[in-house]
Design a protein around this ligand. Sequence first.
Ligand SMILES: [Zn+2]
Ligand SMILES: [Zn+2]
Length: 288
Amino acid sequence: MMIERKVSKLYPSRRTRSNTERAARLGFVLALHIVLGVGIFLKPVATDWLGFAGGAVLLGMVGVNVGLHRYFSHKSFKTSRAFQFVLGILGALVFTDPIAFAGKHRLHHRHVDTALDVHGPQFGWYQSWIGSLADPGYSASEIRAQAPDLIKFPELLFLNRFGVLIALLLFTSLCFFFGLRFASISYLLPVVMSIHAAGIVNTLGHSWGYRNFASRDTSTNSWLAQIFSFGEGWHNNHHAFPTSAQCGFTLTEWDPVYWIIRALEATGLVWGVRAMPDKALVELMGDR
Ligand SMILES: [Zn+2]
Ligand SMILES: [Zn+2]
């Protein structure tokens, strides 16, 4: 179902990055695609694809979805400071970091569907997909101000400043030891897919799909976004209950990210996992 929007103001309501910085940020994203294209041109072999599978799980599912989204942005489970740092490094390897990601994402939840939304599709698919990477509409300090619980950790501030350098160092090392082809397929491909996965959720998750809950926003559950985002497609469930580590609420809403969180809990690395709230079950049962 298509969602009607209340806001149709042109983005950006605020410009917070100079033209040079916007161009540099877009150029960097473009460069990632070009280098990846060269890697694919070199005809990947089976070991490259094995590396890709590992990279997709570690970076896409654990780094972005478990770490950056469900832990750092929403604190849907608890963990030690050491494992928090591990999750932070995995997040930084996709060329962002816990403070920047959580700050922007909390702004999205706070201002969803308004002119102050960081990446709502009300500004057009380009802005929700890629444009917010060039200019999120908030300065870096405004974004940091949204994450007071994270900036108190010096190691997370370090990732905020130097995360991109760590990611570049890993890519360079992979190239040096295993060659450009392996580095591109096992590392850059999951990174680029993560960028587009976020774009798909930002766009489809607020424009196409079904709704379990009458949340005060345009969020939708989209199986298409679910497939391409490594498991973050049940966006209406998520907006209705953002602090739940579980985002798939029905039998057909499979949620592999939640399964990973439960597996981490079984190893003792995380605890205090928040499952689907009883309130959500009651509302869902009321519909059937
Ligand atoms: Zn959303
Ligand atoms: Zn969220």
